[in-house]
Design a protein around this ligand. Sequence first.
Ligand SMILES: *[C@@H]1O[C@H](CO)[C@@H](O)[C@H](O)[C@H]1NC(C)=O
Ligand SMILES: *[C@@H]1O[C@H](CO)[C@@H](O)[C@H](O)[C@H]1NC(C)=O
Ligand SMILES: *[C@@H]1O[C@H](CO)[C@@H](O)[C@H](O)[C@H]1NC(C)=O
Length: 273
Amino acid sequence: MHIGTLSITWTSLILIVTSGYDDLSANKNAQQYRTGISCPVCVATNAVDGDIKTCTRGESFGTLYPEKSTWWYVDLGGRYNVYNIRIQFKDYGEMYTVRQRGRFAGFSLYVSNTTDRHDGYPCYKDGQELPPLDFNTNCITNGRYVIFYNERLVGTNYPLGYETNSVFTELCGVTVTGCVRLDVYGSNCDKPCSNNCPEPRCNISNGACYNCAPGWMGDFCKSKCLFGYYGSKCVQKCVGHCKENEPCNHINGTCDNGCLDGWIGVNCDKRMF
Ligand SMILES: *[C@@H]1O[C@H](CO)[C@@H](O)[C@H](O)[C@H]1NC(C)=O
Ligand SMILES: *[C@@H]1O[C@H](CO)[C@@H](O)[C@H](O)[C@H]1NC(C)=O
Ligand SMILES: *[C@@H]1O[C@H](CO)[C@@H](O)[C@H](O)[C@H]1NC(C)=O
């Protein structure tokens, strides 16, 4: 009894901690490769309707069928910063758990700017072990579409437990979390990205810029270029002769306080005759 209470407390704690990110997929548009004829009401949007009791069912594929693959995607409606993808596969109870995991097995997940998974970032590829029916993975990237893909190809040896003859995909819940606002990070989507990130976007988990604005360097773009360097990626060398041998401006290479005697030009790189 006592242990049971404890574990419930821990579960709620973890739920609270992870629920700070925004739900990006709720009630968004979704599509799948053909809804299964055995369940015409099992449409693609059932996975994002917030009701775990309604599921998708794609057309069967596998060795007994002409179709060898399937896909499903949700359109987030814009390019968002994604943090995590959770999939709740249909659970028919303990008797069928292994079969369901074998149907789910081998799937991959992509975040893409188009509906084509080949254009996307590969978030996850399932391997030897059968996946749990309630699965989630962190996928820190940005994009508009979250794509589920699975296949059973002829001539491929699949790991033990993979269902291969007749497979169909039943997704009851797909929850994509991230931040609705683009210029924030952190598990409550409330920390602003650094002003030195060139676009108002940063790593949603730790705030690191994807690259730095000219003149700045380091993971968080908080450091000026090293002495004597400036510009984009801090690779340009100061060429001028600044007053008092000061370093040039770390952003644009000019001498902020003028030139050494005998030199002219905004960069103080021309000899005065
Ligand atoms: C989507 O496009 C943006 C902007 O071009 C790019 O930064 C991002 O990496 C793309 N996302 C994916 C998953 O390819
Ligand atoms: C973002 O930060 C996380 C946590 O530090 C790291 O694991 C991940 O690789 C970073 N992602 C990118 C795209 O920089
Ligand atoms: C270079 O940057 C400094 C400091 O922001 C600014 O005062 C100066 O006008 C800039 N020079 C040029 C040529 O853009």
